[in-house]
Design a protein around this ligand. Structure first.
Ligand code: TXA
Ligand code: MG
Length: 320
């Protein structure tokens, strides 16, 4: 299969309308899309990504009115979140409408709905004329792509089209909130923080692994976000000491790097760290780095989502 790379939202949308697969930019990460009502097109997403069939997809809308096509019911907390945060880096899990094919949601009777922000994304979704289901546009298990070149690296020859846009502004996947029961539950942390969600619905809780996160959010069962290199987390106070690491070593964080880092990215803020992390992982793999040291950050605001992704990627934490 030849993969067309284009900056025309109209050309990319035509592939969706004709039952193809299209990678497109969003503010979080790039997605790999297909028409939510086309089962065959959706099956091509699963095979291109080598994605386990038990992992449900998020449906993306260009307009709040399209949510009616996807959801059987929109509970009050979900309505309040839509009002406050759409378009934005937030996915709401709501009861699924019967006409959405079950392959889209891995057999669940709920569906994740999101309205991403950004001019190109919006134009593309409008031109598709249908909601678009899209997981992140990486091969399963690899770091999510935050620019179109990373999509090409993983999926060239396996998908119909890549819509070129700017690198993703947030860099980590959306916050996923289950709104199917009385109390909203954050299944995956993202750029919309739990602090922000609680300002709208004070009862909102975070799920912990022991609460059965794996059961309620099937995606959390699978290993994620891993570069080929070994990832070691390091506390800010231990960064200087980390020069004990052997072989080719890279560092990303807010502090000065350890002496023997051969590839270093110093960031100025937690937001910049989040934006750069997945791209840095991919760069390290291209350069054949053996070990990546990642400095930990406080778990507040986007720091919660960043630490979640760092822990999932990590092989270990530098011990005392
Ligand atoms: O930012 C994002 O969310 C990106 C962009 C492309 O929108 N998409 C993304 O999709 O990260 P994906 O498939 O890589 O991750 C979707 C996550 C998975 O953890 C999945 O299990 C969860 O959302 N999810 C989707 N539908 C669900 C549902 N009905 N119930 C529970 N969890 C759901
Ligand atoms: Mg993903």
């Amino acid at each position: 299969m030849k993969t067309i790379v284009t900056d025309s939202t109209e050309e990319a949308a035509r592939f969706i309308r004709e039952g193809g697969t299209v990678a497109f930019p969003t503010e979080t990460v790039y997605g790999l899309g297909a028409d939510v009502f086309n089962e065959f097109a959706i099956s091509k997403i699963f095979s291109a990504k080598q994605r386990p069939a038990d992992n449900p997809l998020i449906a993306h809308v260009g307009d709040v009115s399209q949510i009616e096509l996807l959801a059987r019911d929109v509970p009050d907390p979900a309505r309040a979140f839509i009002e406050r945060f759409f378009p934005g880096p937030l996915t709401l899990v709501v009861p699924k409408a019967d006409k959405v094919p079950s392959i889209a949601t891995a057999g669940l009777d709920t569906i994740g709905v999101r309205m991403p922000s950004g001019k190109v994304t919006h134009e593309f979704l409008k031109a598709c004329g249908t909601p678009v289901v899209a997981p992140s546009a990486n091969v399963s298990g690899r770091p999510s792509p935050t620019d179109w070149e990373s999509v090409l690296e993983d999926l060239e020859g396996k998908i119909d089209c890549i819509l070129k846009g700017e690198p993703s502004r947030v860099g980590l996947e959306s916050t996923v909130v289950d709104c199917t029961e009385d109390v909203p539950v954050v299944l995956r942390p993202g750029a919309v923080s739990i602090e922000q969600l609680r300002k709208v619905v004070p009862e909102t809780v975070a799920i912990t692994e022991t609460d059965g996160a794996a059961m309620r959010s099937p995606g959390m069962r699978h290993k994620h976000y891993s570069p080929k290199a070994k990832v070691i987390l390091v506390d800010p106070t231990d960064v200087r000491r980390a020069s004990a690491c052997r072989g080719s070593c890279a560092f990303i964080g807010l502090s000065a790097p350890p002496d023997n880092s051969s590839l270093t990215m110093i960031v100025d803020s937690t937001e910049e760290y989040a934006r750069e992390l997945f791209g840095f992982f991919r760069l390290c793999d291209r350069k054949g780095i053996g070990t990546i040291l990642c400095e930990t950050v406080p778990e507040e605001g986007i720091g919660t989502a960043l630490m979640d992704r760092l822990r999932r990627a990590a092989d270990s934490m530098l011990g005392p």
